[in-house]
Design a protein around this ligand. Structure first.
Ligand code: BTN
Length: 333
């Protein structure tokens, strides 16, 4: 058996056992169901243990499923995933430098739309504007999605705003408090950053090769897990809810929401989600400063338009802003 066969046998074994959790499956029945030798089942059990599945093995009674691991394995992500195309091929890693870099490499090698890359840890997680994305093991979701839209490159920036809506719609289901989008695509919970999006485009003037949508979500970080410089401005679902969250369930729901939003985006761009973009916005009506390269402007946010751009009222008139870093200057109230 090669590694791929062993992976797939282990997947099948786990899927079969979890149909009746807590109930023993006899050795002979398992062997005939999976059409393999007993020794191959042993190899699959060893791999399942490696993936941190809790299975009970009894020499006479057989094997039973006890619990799934708190890990983003492809088996777990695919179990009960409600998407048609997105995330149907999963590359799940323990530790990588950056899932966006890996996804870009896969895309260059021809990986189709919908392939996702996840990791338990990133050693060089990247954020927007050349920043790092703090990616400690087993606490967050670090995900990259490969897209191959056929629309023109100028329609790609709206994908980040669209992703932010899918993320906000997902996080709000856990009722952690006030969920907001801080333009263009940070997600705030109760005023602190909980998730970020890094969209990277590979295109020529007349067409897109691929887009990598990278998503980082702070899920089960405790306050003390954040480095000191982030503690005041960053939060996690766990910190807000005061309980641990099932990362796999969160990821599955996000993938389903993302697929829904993306399907609508392909047809209508942001038109279907604009009302929610505005509803979730942390910036509408606020006085802000905007740093865009060397340029610094101050104004009041009037709107977010159908391309996802920020409409800023400055002393010289209305300006349409497509990129930059926003800071709120006057807290509301
Ligand atoms: C930001 O808010 O600055 C964007 C953060 C994006 C982080 C994610 S984590 C998965 C993917 N891989 C990366 O290296 N970055 C993105």
């Amino acid at each position: 058996m090669n590694q791929t066969e062993r992976d797939s046998l282990t997947d099948n074994l786990i899927s079969h056992l979890r149909k009746k959790p807590g109930q023993y499956f006899a050795w002979e029945k398992l062997a005939s169901k999976l059409q393999v030798e007993r020794s191959e089942i042993d190899a699959a059990l060893a791999l399942a243990a490696d993936w941190e599945y809790k299975l009970r093995v009894n020499r006479t009674k057989g094997v039973k499923f006890v619990a799934a691991p708190d890990l983003l394995t492809s088996t777990e992500i695919l179990h009960g995933l409600k998407t048609r195309r997105l995330g149907r091929i999963v590359h799940a890693y323990r530790s990588v430098k950056s899932t966006n870099d890996l996804a870009a490499r896969l895309a260059e090698d021809g990986a189709p739309e919908g392939v996702i890359v996840t990791a338990e840890e990133q050693t060089k997680g990247r954020g927007r504007l050349g920043r790092n994305w703090y990616s400690p093991p087993k606490t967050g979701i670090y995900l990259s999605i490969i897209l191959r839209p056929t629309f023109p490159p100028e329609d790609a920036p709206g994908l980040s705003v669209m992703t932010a809506v899918a993320l906000a719609d997902t996080l709000i289901k856990w009722r952690p408090g006030l969920v907001q989008i801080k333009w263009p695509n940070d997600i705030w919970i109760n005023g602190r950053k909980t998730a970020g999006i890094l969209t990277e485009l590979s295109a020529e003037r007349n067409g897109i090769h691929h887009v990598i949508v990278g998503v980082g979500i702070n899920v089960n970080h405790r306050a003390g897990d954040f480095p000191e410089d982030l503690r005041a401005t960053a939060t996690s679902l766990r910190r807000e809810l005061r309980r641990k969250v099932d990362r796999v369930a969160l990821l599955r729901l996000f993938l389903a929401n993302f697929e829904k939003e993306y399907t609508a985006y392909l047809k209508y761009r942001l038109r279907k989600s604009l009302a929610r973009v505005r509803e979730y916005s942390a910036l509408l009506g606020r006085a802000v400063t905007l740093q865009s390269g060397q340029l610094r402007r101050t104004g009041v946010v009037k709107d977010i338009d159908r391309n996802g751009a920020l409409i800023l009222q400055t002393v010289t008139g209305l300006e349409t802003i497509t990129a930059g870093e926003v800071t709120v200057v006057k807290p509301r109230g």
